[in-house]
Design a protein around this ligand. Structure first.
Ligand code: FES
Ligand code: MG
Length: 600
């Protein structure tokens, strides 16, 4: 038997569509896929059946352009000899889903695993974009392990207001300070924020979307140079077509996610994350993908491999520019070229196009040094994420690239202990409590106060809310204090420029140290020893711990939907990816669990 025929015979779609040993079931499977116009010859002729996991819809505006791009993907698949079958994934709109899209990431993951495993698919194009759509898709592809390639929808065009770039999300954090200070009114606030969203696509800042799409490329899961192309650009349609062609070749070569998602690939992605000034959500999502593909990766890897990497990309919130500028300056290949020449990448890692990272980079160069800096002239040295621990939590992250001069001067420049500070805390139980009380003068919040928020983690919220970047009281903003130190067990939007200490694990809702903290306690943050501790006597901590009751409805609000309850009962903490723990043992199921049984 020729190699090619063998590949066709072992293709999983054959078990549905062309299995003479199981004629009655084959007929049942085949007839319904003919009814929208496919021919028997197409379905039974041994062509790869390629799923297009469609994440865009009217509910997911960030990814909606994938409805257009899918037509080009299909054309590419057909051109290469495959059959495209498009299907919807569970909607994951970061801004639209309440209580959080974080709650739904694992639901979308579960749904996609069932579809990829339970339908006659030989390979899949994962349409990615808005924050959680990328990890959900990559986590599912990792679990099932059929050939998979990711296609980014691309960022929106740059936002502009009165001659200045306005970036998604980032403008909200600035505008809310202007609103609090009385510089704009409510209508002006909405107008200013809307200016940042001028076209189809995802957030044009280096938020979680640009981060995760860049990292999907850095991991080798999407075509080189594809992540940064703005959604409306012509080039985006072209790469959609190439992605369609490529997935068919991947099925023929049996190139699976486990070939690409190796530890080397993850370490490359960690370094790229530092160089781009990536989101603090990245460790949660990458650690989750790694766990589902069975690669060892922990928070300590982010510190060890990422903390010292310089910031090269000058995008908001860490810098000034936006998505279109990032693309014109060379995008991910230009960044990876700098890192590779500095010896910081595993150049031998394999990517979806069958070539290595080093081969793909070639001699990729920076096209605009205002937007992407050369490695030897970075925007900031040692700009990755730092990982902190202490008696308040076992693990939390802080983004070093967004520490402003004002913040450094006020908190990190004490000659007696540079890089460390100590202050009293004001503790909020969830975002509602924070919104209600932040401007209450009774709290006595001054420029030496640490704001703490709890009840915002994967169990407490649930899904984890992006609420840790709390603004100071309006009165303090008016006096020129634009940021206070913040600590929380929630997340923070990747578009935020706040140097918060966040993703604290374990969270208060499962009895983590933050649950024991009280307003008025003192906390010490030491970035040199990477510790955060409450300065409370050990016997007092023990006494509070004895009094703590971890009860739904008391420590955190009761579940409102079945999924909230189910996820709460099986979800892990942020430091280990906040995955559904029972799902982790299901790895590479297309190879390890055989085929699903017949439907009838
Ligand atoms: Fe969808 Fe930012 S809200 S990408
Ligand atoms: Mg967000």
């Amino acid at each position: 038997m020729s190699q090619e025929t063998q590949a066709v015979q072992t293709r999983r779609s054959r078990a549905w569509f062309n299995n003479p040993d199981n004629a009655d079931m084959t007929a049942l499977y085949v007839e319904r896929y003919l009814n929208f116009g496919l021919s028997l010859e197409e379905i039974q002729g041994g062509r790869p059946i390629i799923g297009i996991a469609q994440s865009g819809s009217d509910l997911v505006p960030c990814n909606r352009h994938h409805l257009v791009l899918a037509e080009r993907v299909k054309a590419g698949i057909i051109e290469a000899g495959g059959i495209p079958l498009e299907f919807p994934t569970h909607p994951l709109q970061e801004t639209g889903k309440r209580p959080t899209a974080g709650l739904d990431r694992n639901l979308a993951y579960l749904g996609l695993v069932e579809v990829l495993y339970g339908y006659p698919l030989d390979g899949v194009v994962l349409t990615i974009g808005c924050d959680k759509t990328t990890p959900a898709a990559l986590m599912a592809a990792a679990t099932v392990n059929i050939p998979a390639i990711a296609l980014s929808v691309g960022p929106m065009l740059n936002g502009w207001y009165k001659g200045e770039r306005t970036g998604s999300g980032t403008i909200v954090w600035r505008a809310r300070q202007m609103l609090a200070a009385g510089e704009i009114d409510y209508a002006g606030f909405v107008k200013l924020v809307a200016s940042s969203a001028p076209s189809t696509g995802y957030c044009n800042t280096m938020g979680t979307a640009t981060t995760m799409n860049s990292l999907a490329e850095a991991l080798g899961m999407s075509l080189p140079g594809s992540a940064a192309i703005p959604a409306p650009y012509r080039d985006r349609q072209e790469v959609a077509w190439e992605t369609g062609r490529r997935i068919v070749e991947m099925v023929e070569a049996d190139r699976k996610p486990s070939d690409v998602l190796t530890r080397s690939a993850f370490l490359n992605a960690i370094r790229v994350n530092s160089a781009i000034g990536g989101s603090t959500n990245a460790p949660i999502h990458l650690n989750a993908i790694a766990r589902h593909v069975g690669v060892e990766l922990g928070l300590s890897d982010w510190e060890e491999h990422g903390a010292d990497v310089p910031l090269l990309v000058n995008l908001q919130p860490a810098g000034e520019y936006l998505g279109e500028d990032y693309y014109r300056a060379g995008g991910v290949p230009a960044v990876m070229g700098e890192l590779h020449r500095a010896g910081l990448l595993h150049g031998d890692a394999l990517t979806v196009n069958g070539r290595t990272v080093a081969e793909n980079i070639g001699d990729a160069q920076i096209e605009d040094e205002k937007v992407i800096r050369p490695f030897d002239r970075p925007l900031k040295e040692a700009a990755g994420l730092t990982v902190l621990s202490g008696n308040l939590f076992d693990g939390a992250v802080m983004k070093l690239s967004v520490i402003s001069d004002e913040f450094r001067e006020r908190y990190l420049s004490d000659p007696a202990s540079p890089g460390a500070f100590e202050a009293k805390v004001v503790v909020f139980d969830g975002p509602e409590d924070y919104h209600h009380r932040i401007d209450d003068p009774e709290l006595g919040i001054d420029d030496r106060t640490i704001l703490v928020i709890r009840g915002a983690g994967p169990v407490g919220y649930p899904g984890g809310a992006e609420v840790v970047n709390m603004r100071p009281p309006a009165a303090l903003i008016r006096s020129g204090v634009h940021a206070l130190p913040c600590i929380g067990d929630g997340r923070q939007s990747g578009t935020s420029g706040s140097p918060s200490i966040l993703n604290a694990s374990p969270e208060a809702a499962v009895g983590g140290g933050l649950a024991l903290l009280r307003t008025g306690d003192r906390v010490r943050v030491d970035l040199n020893s990477r510790r955060v501790d409450m300065l409370v006597e050990a016997d007092e901590i023990e006494r509070r711990s004895g009094e703590l009751r971890i009860i739904e409805g008391e420590l955190y609000p009761t579940s409102q939907t079945p999924w909230q309850e189910i996820q709460r009962s099986i979800v892990g903490q942020f430091d280990t990816g906040a995955v559904l723990e029972p799902a982790v043992k299901y790895q590479r199921i297309a190879q390890t669990r055989g085929l699903p049984r017949d439907s009838h």
